[in-house]
Write a protein that binds this ligand. Structure first.
Ligand code: 13P
Length: 257
């Protein structure tokens, strides 16, 4: 059985003080629990030390929302994967649709970033998903397969342990519109099949695929009940302790806890 993950992507929210408070709230609610699944918080870079001071390993892991494609050197404004690992991160989100859209990031960059994450001994969470107009044109499977086949075959050392996929349909992100459980299951199945063609069936069967896009306490249980949905990447609802913990509980229940 694949171990579920509930990951909070705080995006551009929570400076160090607010981030410490949010992480401490989550930590307090989960402290002492042996969870069946994994729980991850991904604050902005400057908030990572404050969150790491509160959450030092399970049950609340700390991750970053991005990293440099370079290991070190004259790259003003960038943060390396090794620095993030040193700061206590175990995971790094790569290729979020907001970075694809606003920073115009491309497959070449995603490959380099994921390789840097792996070199630093961390796990990459690789995001992908179709736009509304792509779904309306009936192209969602083709788009998702291209996003996966543009990156996964070129990775130097991807395994089912150091790579997590996150299907995030762009039309569901921050819109309040969630993929139906049927859509999520179908797209996760399509993604796992493509990952199987690239990484091999054994790896694909063990690979975790998270769902992201307006995942909330009210819909998490149904989404996590789908065979190929292995948890969630949570935006807005990860900023409220009660909502985030309720989503964690939905994952625990889905795992039989
Ligand atoms: P929302 O949960 O706010 O829709 O954001 C999803 C997301 O983009 C997580 O990475």
């Amino acid at each position: 059985m694949r171990r579920m993950m509930v990951a909070g992507n705080w995006k551009l929210n929570q400076g160090p003080a607010a981030g410490r408070e949010l992480a401490a709230g989550v930590q307090a609610r989960l402290e002492g629990r042996t969870l069946r699944g994994e729980v991850l918080c991904c604050p902005p870079f400057v908030t990572i030390p404050a969150v790491s001071a509160v959450a030092q390993g399970e049950p609340v892991l700390v991750g970053a929302q991005d990293c440099s494609d370079q290991a070190s050197g004259a790259y003003t404004g960038q943060v390396s994967a090794a620095m993030l690992a040193e700061a206590g991160c175990t995971h790094v989100i790569v290729a979020h649709s907001e970075r694809r859209q606003y920073q115009k990031e491309t497959d070449d960059l995603f490959v380099a970033k994921i390789d840097r994450v792996h070199e630093a001994g961390m796990t990459a969470i690789f995001c992908f998903g179709e736009l509304l107009e792509e779904r309306q044109a009936g192209r969602e499977e083709e788009v998702v397969e291209a996003q996966l086949s543009g990156v996964l075959p070129r990775l130097a050392s991807a395994t089912a342990e150091n790579l997590i996929l996150a299907y995030e349909p762009v039309w569901a992100i921050g819109t309040g519109e969630t993929a139906t459980p049927e859509i999520a299951q179908h797209m996760h199945l399509v993604s796992r099949a493509e990952a199987g063609r690239i990484l091999g069936e054994d790896t694909a069967a063990r690979l975790r695929i998270l769902y992201g896009g307006s995942c909330k306490p009210g819909n998490a249980a149904e989404l996590f009940g789908q065979t190929d949905v292995d948890g969630g990447l949570i935006g807005g609802a990860s900023l409220k302790v009660d909502d985030f913990v309720a989503i964690v509980e939905a994952a625990e229940t889905a795992m039989g806890g």
